[in-house]
Structures are given as C-alpha cells and as structure tokens.
Design a protein around this ligand. Structure first.
Ligand SMILES: [Zn+2]
Ligand SMILES: [Zn+2]
Length: 122
C-alpha cells in the first residue's frame, strides 16, 4: 500500500477566526510525531481540515460553553471530517503554566486527538 502524503495532510487555518490567538499551536507538531499526518497552515479557513476558533456561550453547534472558570468546559472538538476545534473564549487562556489561567497547548493536545478521530479510552 503506497502512502500518499497528500491524503494525510491536515490543513489548519493560520489563526482562529476572530484573531484572538497569536500562537500557531505547536501541539500539532507533537501529534505529527505519533500519527501519519503532517500539517501545513492555510489561509483559507473554509478549506482547512482543522478549524480552530474561540467561541462564547451558545455559539450554534449544540454544545454551548459555560463562561469562565478553569474547572468547567474549556474546549471541544468534532471528529473527522468536521474538524472544528472550539476554545471557550471566556476562559483565561495562556501559554504555559500560569496560576489562574488555562494552558492552551495542554488543551489543544487533548482536543486534537478528537479532531484526528481518537476517542477517550473506554
Ligand atoms: Zn463549539
Ligand atoms: Zn476529550
């Protein structure tokens, strides 16, 4: 079976739709080490396989966020071929371990497994 690099390529928008994110989540690079996927950033949000955005409250996908607080809903994502990955925009996001804030990359590492089609362990 020939491997086709193109078929395994996930396209990711360069930043979230409302431009609050300044990071190009290195979590993708972590997953690329353990999966047959590779990643490239694309300008066209609609053409991306993985669509990352910040959303607030009831944002129309049937899974409303619940406002700020580190021990409630932080993010969710949808399996292939949907590829949407939503951060709760009301949380205090940061990069790295900061008291009172939530590390974006830790959450991304978890959610990206769902975007790739992996569920939680039974
Ligand atoms: Zn959502
Ligand atoms: Zn999960």
């Amino acid at each position: 079976m020939a491997s086709n690099q193109t078929n395994n390529q996930l396209r990711v928008p360069p930043r979230d739709s409302n431009r609050r994110s300044r990071t190009r989540t290195p979590s993708f690079l972590t997953w690329s080490k353990y999966t047959p996927f590779s990643y490239e950033f694309v300008q066209d949000y609609d053409a991306a396989d993985v669509k990352i955005s910040f959303q607030r409250g009831d944002h129309g996908d049937g899974y409303p966020f619940d406002g700020p607080g580190p021990y409630n809903l932080l993010a969710h994502s949808f399996p292939p071929t949907d590829g949407r990955f939503h951060y709760d925009g009301d949380e205090n996001w940061t990069v790295g371990a900061v008291p009172g804030a939530v590390d974006m990359q830790t959450v991304a590492l978890h959610e990206l497994r769902h975007v790739l089609g992996l569920a939680h362990r039974p």
